[in-house]
Design a protein around this ligand. Sequence first.
Ligand code: NDP
Ligand code: MG
Length: 389
Amino acid sequence: MKNIAILGSTGSIGTQTLEVIEENPSLFRAYVLTAYSNADLLIAQSLKFKPAYAIICDEQKYQIVKEALSNTDVQVLAGNQAICNAVSDEHIDVVLTAMVGFSGLEPTIAAIKAGKDIALANKETLVVAGDIVTSLAKQHNVKILPVDSEHSAIFQCLAGEDHNPIEKIILTASGGPFRGKDAQFLANVTREAALKHPNWVMGAKITIDSASLMNKGLEVIEAKWLFDLSADQIEVIVHPQSIIHSLVQFTDGSIKAQLGLPDMKLPIQYALTYPDRIKTDFKRFSFTDYPNLTFEQPDMANFRNLSLAYKALDMGGNMPCIINAANEVAVAGFLKDKVGFLGMSDVIETCMERMPHIPSPTLDDHLNTDKETRILADNLIAAYGAVKA
Ligand code: NDP
Ligand code: MG
């Protein structure tokens, strides 16, 4: 029986992780559940799964959760620091990081320092501080098990290949709802259209990132740290059916791929059962349903975020932290109609130009870079709003 801490249990990945746990009660127990502010769902999940801890980040919601769970043994805590403390509980085996954005960084570091294996969905943690996080994981002998479907695919292809060098990996991208569209079209897309992903149902931030190809950019950087690759070993190919989840090419030229229907429960479960596989009744893929699997080059001219992410990876240091913070602010601005779809890339590019580049940042440098970049991006969006008006 593995005790799982699910950070961000009320989100898309979090709720699907709870489904995996519910389907395998003899293998897993939900030991920690956390939400940002969705008290109702956190309470419902806690009544059902009876975790040791239920943590709500928004301290104003603490009393509501506390009262609702007063007749249970669930310990209710509030605030971000409570998450960092709870992840070191001696009974926890795996910490599944499914909160969104930069907020995942400090709890992930706390979990690694406590020697917990990480099932990592929160890719932003590796984008922001991949160097620090991966070296801490080595130092504490902790595994980072990918949950992101592309990285899980690579990880599955690498099983049994420990001593065989990788020539390159190929990350597949669906291309999102605006695949094939030009800049004129993209300039006018609405939030509602961007929130409709063709193949996956996900949280709002990653759905916008998928539409703008920033998600693939973040995944390129995530792959660099997970698999110790250089930028020129990481390619992206658009594959609109999302059946091939990614591929690895070895130095003899052989390519391995992992295939399946788009369903995050499989990579979530594999991260929790690794290196074993367990039987499931997930819907099976059939070639007759997909007679045409197609591939095309990503359009980096109209979807600039992908080339900006490669540039940030190339520059290294705090530059990936800068694009992550600028992107989080830009996406939040887009979701509030304060900046247009293409304006998001303008904000990110300007932040990359104006923020000081630190080649070898410490954790404090990353925390400061995140804070300063958010201020700059907010100001740019305020000015952009004025221009738009
Ligand atoms: P959601 O927006 O659906 O859920 C986010 C979760 O994190 C919720 O539990 C939310 O709580 C909590 N949360 C939000 N903001 C904060 C914060 N500042 N501090 C602490 N907790 C917070 O996101 P997803 O599940 O879609 O994505 C989670 C992570 O997994 C992201 O990093 C994403 O890139 C990655 N991922 C997601 C995939 C997917 O299919 N959804 C696929 C691959 C990777 P509340 O509900 O209270 O707001
Ligand atoms: Mg992915």
